[in-house]
Design a protein around this ligand. Structure first.
Ligand SMILES: [Zn+2]
Length: 455
């Protein structure tokens, strides 16, 4: 998704491509003038004029390119990792552009660009085995560029590729083209005085990256309760741009969060199997697992269902959890670390305990208890595996069982579908490679922090 982060301190960085476009079209005027001038002054044979014009255009583009590179050099603490030249020629003569609206077909979109039915049929035939025009989606763009008698039509498939339809003497031809994306690393640090989001935004971090930062540390830090004035963070992240100069995403590479004097590190690392995750400096996964089930020695007597006939109430209603049939008195364990947000009687649930986990997106509920665990009441912290109560049949229950719910952002999800991804550390065989990667990122972070202090 392209986003406009106009309020960022380094928003100037997104400008160069746009500037390039404007100047490039200006450069065509220069070319025309030059052509006329050359004809008048030197009466050079017409054959050489296009060649000379091309040279002039090349000169202009080179000058403009160096100008925009200069512009980005002025930005502190940021580094262009890979500055691939945008295909200036493709952008130089944009004639028409149409955004596919919901309900639009390829025919309606392409006719807006000035193509007749026969053309569109031929384009559809050419695109058929590359990216069928049936598959166009609302919100995506067709653009038409006429260059030297050849018509180019582009359709943006996704952030990384586009369909290119080209009309020349051979008729319509289709090909798939990779978008040139550029990356750069950005370093941001901040100390929290009022709220995380205020501090992050002042430092120039967009909300989406701030959310990602919260997610990375969500298993260790309770961002609603644990944050204190004076907490701080350092983030080294990568910004990805498409060839239109828009940010298409950010990836946190290395982050340090200091909470109440304790520093947590997150290193992004991709394992040899292609999976990536965040690890502490010693290679432990930042993701913590939950217990597979809150009760041992039990069987599932009723599964999660969006609608079912209730055994006692008689009418059909959803079953927003999983029932574990077990003997009365069987201990119930907290699925993960967290805080008790409810411990008491609640209607059909009978004796209910609700835990909001350290990862605040997650909460769990345990119903029909015969009694609560020792010291279990609202507001207390619980550890994973701690006994929070015992199986019973309080409330609406036909027999002793635990009614268990798992909620994500308040919404009940099927607990059996919650991925209990084992939070494995970096495998021993990859530890050397991980350490090397982590050290490089740490050096990068320290250097950026120093530059930030000097700047
Ligand atoms: Zn139930």
């Amino acid at each position: 998704m392209a986003q406009d982060f106009a309020n960022r301190t380094y928003s100037a960085a997104t400008q160069p491509p746009a500037r390039k476009k404007r100047r490039a079209s200006g450069s065509q005027n220069i070319v025309h003038h030059t052509q006329r001038l050359l004809r008048k002054l030197f009466s050079i044979k017409a054959v050489y004029i296009p060649i000379l014009s091309a040279l002039v255009l090349l000169l202009v583009i080179t000058t403009i390119s160096s100008l925009s590179v200069d512009a980005s050099v002025q930005l502190t603490h940021e580094e262009w990792l890979k500055t691939e030249r945008n295909n200036v020629l493709n952008h130089a003569k944009i004639q028409k552009k149409v955004i596919v609206k919901s309900g639009d077909s390829a025919i309606s979109s392409l006719s807006t660009l000035g193509f007749n039915f026969n053309d569109i049929v031929a384009m559809q035939a050419a695109a058929k085995n590359i990216h069928p025009l049936k598959r166009i989606q609302a919100g995506h763009t067709f653009s038409r560029h006429d260059i030297d008698g050849i018509i180019h039509v582009y359709y943006d498939i996704d952030a990384s590729q586009k369909l290119h339809l080209k009309h020349s003497e051979q008729g319509w031809q289709a090909s798939l083209e990779q978008n040139t994306t550029s990356h750069r690393q950005v370093y941001v640090q901040a100390t929290i005085s009022d709220s995380l989001f205020v501090a992050a935004s002042k430092a120039g971090l967009d909300d989406r990256t701030t959310m990602n930062l919260v997610d990375v540390f969500a298993w260790d830090i309770d961002f609603a309760r644990d944050l204190r004035k004076g907490d701080s963070f350092q983030v080294l992240y990568q910004e990805e741009y498409n060839d239109a100069g828009k940010v298409i995403g950010t990836t946190i590479l290395n982050a340090v969060f200091t909470n109440q004097g304790r520093s947590y590190h997150a290193i992004r690392y991709q394992l040899k199997n292609g999976k990536d995750g965040y690890y502490s400096l010693d290679g432990k996964s930042l993701r913590k697992s939950y217990l597979k089930a809150p009760v041992k020695y039990s069987r599932i007597s009723s599964r999660f269902r969006t609608a079912r006939k209730h055994p006692i109430l008689g009418y059909t209603r959803a079953h927003k959890g999983v029932d574990y049939a077990a003997r009365t008195g069987t201990p119930i364990h907290a699925l993960g670390d967290g805080r008790i947000t409810f411990a008491g009687w609640k209607g059909g649930y009978g004796r209910l305990v609700q835990i909001r986990h350290t990862n605040r997106n997650h909460s769990t509920r345990y119903g029909h208890m015969s009694k609560f665990g020792r010291g279990i009441h609202k507001g207390v912290r619980v550890k994973q595996g701690q006994i929070i109560g015992y199986v019973g049949m309080s409330g609406l229950a036909t027999g002793p069982h635990l009614h268990f719910e798992f909620r994500v952002r308040g919404r009940a999800v099927n607990p059996l579908h919650v991925k209990h991804t084992p939070a494995k550390p970096v495998p021993k065989a990859e530890m050397a490679s991980f350490k090397k990667h982590a050290n490089a990122l740490q050096d990068n972070l320290k250097l950026s922090a120093q530059q930030s202090e000097w700047g």
